[in-house]
Design a protein around this ligand. Structure first.
Ligand SMILES: Nc1ncnc2c1ncn2[C@@H]1O[C@H](COP(=O)(O)OP(=O)(O)OP(=O)(O)O)[C@@H](O)[C@H]1O
Ligand SMILES: O=c1ccn([C@@H]2O[C@H](COP(=O)(O)O)[C@@H](O)[C@H]2O)c(=O)[nH]1
Length: 237
């Protein structure tokens, strides 16, 4: 069966990378994610990735603890860069060719974000991992995923997270919550469902870029989404 999307922007939650631990990166989890990604590359799909940083550092929490918000946000963006490097390394070990581009300049470590170069890598079927979010404080990696998704002319943003879709309320806190299989952007925004930030949803709505929220822990789920099967929650106009 052919893939229904030629190019995807995969948003990987930082928290998903820590598995059952309280923080950091679980090597087994990251290896499993790389194998799932390799599966969709085999279908000929071009893969761009934005990785979160919640497993290492979340700016808004530290700002709440008294730290300067902008400083905390820069630390958060650096945390996403650590995750990007870990992912890049796991890909190398599994013979998946990838490149990391950072929205903040740290040239000795990774190359800077250059749109044309990223597009070329994707055309060459190299995975491009975008680090440091948007490069601006007061944003999130969900918004970076929407932004890079649009810049890369991706067909869809796939939010890979710990839960298998969007629910009426957080399923990790409310066992009675029910999953939506489809939602419009307006429904997702107006219901304030908290699974993705409103800036990201609004950007995707305005550019008519669909989103699918699915579980990265469910084996084969990424492939099923790419094949257009009923998996996770699809948000569309
Ligand atoms: N209505 C809802 N439906 C589904 N999940 C929800 C909902 N409300 C809150 N959540 C929570 O949102 C989480 C998804 O966000 P995620 O952990 O991917 O955060 P993130 O900030 O994008 O990632 P990171 O860990 O990189 O900071 C889910 O794990 C779930 O617990
Ligand atoms: O564009 C961006 C992206 C992220 N940040 C900061 O990084 C952390 C981690 O990102 P998550 O999306 O929460 O995984 C975030 O809390 C921000 O502090 C940013 O400032 N700008």
């Amino acid at each position: 069966m052919p893939a229904v999307y030629k190019r995807i922007l995969l948003k990987l939650s930082g928290e998903a990378l820590m598995g059952d631990a309280q923080y950091g990166i679980d090597r087994t989890v990251i290896e499993r994610i790389v194998i799932e990604i390799a599966g969709v590359l085999q279908l000929g799909v071009e893969v761009a990735i934005v990785v979160g940083g919640g497993n290492i550092f979340r700016g808004i929490k530290s700002a709440g603890d008294g730290m300067d918000r902008v400083t905390a946000d820069y630390m958060g963006m650096l945390a996403t860069t650590m995750n990007a490097l870990a992912l890049h390394d796991a890909m190398r070990r599994n013979d998946v060719v990838s490149r990391v581009q950072s929205a903040l300049r740290i040239d000795q470590v990774v190359e800077p974000y250059i749109r044309g170069k990223a597009l070329r890598y994707l055309e060459e079927h190299k995975v491009v991992i975008f680090a440091a979010g948007t490069g601006n404080p007061f944003f999130t990696t969900d918004t970076a995923a929407a932004l890079r998704g649009m810049e890369m002319n991706a067909n869809i943003v796939l939010k890979a997270t710990k839960v298998d879709g969007i629910y009426t309320s957080d399923p990790l806190e409310n066992k009675e919550a029910e999953r939506f299989s489809k939602l419009t952007f307006d429904e997702a925004i107006n219901r304030n469902l908290q699974v993705m930030d409103a800036t990201a949803l609004t950007l995707c709505r305005d550019q008519k870029l669909p989103i699918n929220v699915f579980s990265i822990f469910k084996t084969g789920a990424l492939k099923r989404v790419v094949l257009g099967e009923d998996e996770g929650t699809l948000v569309n106009v």
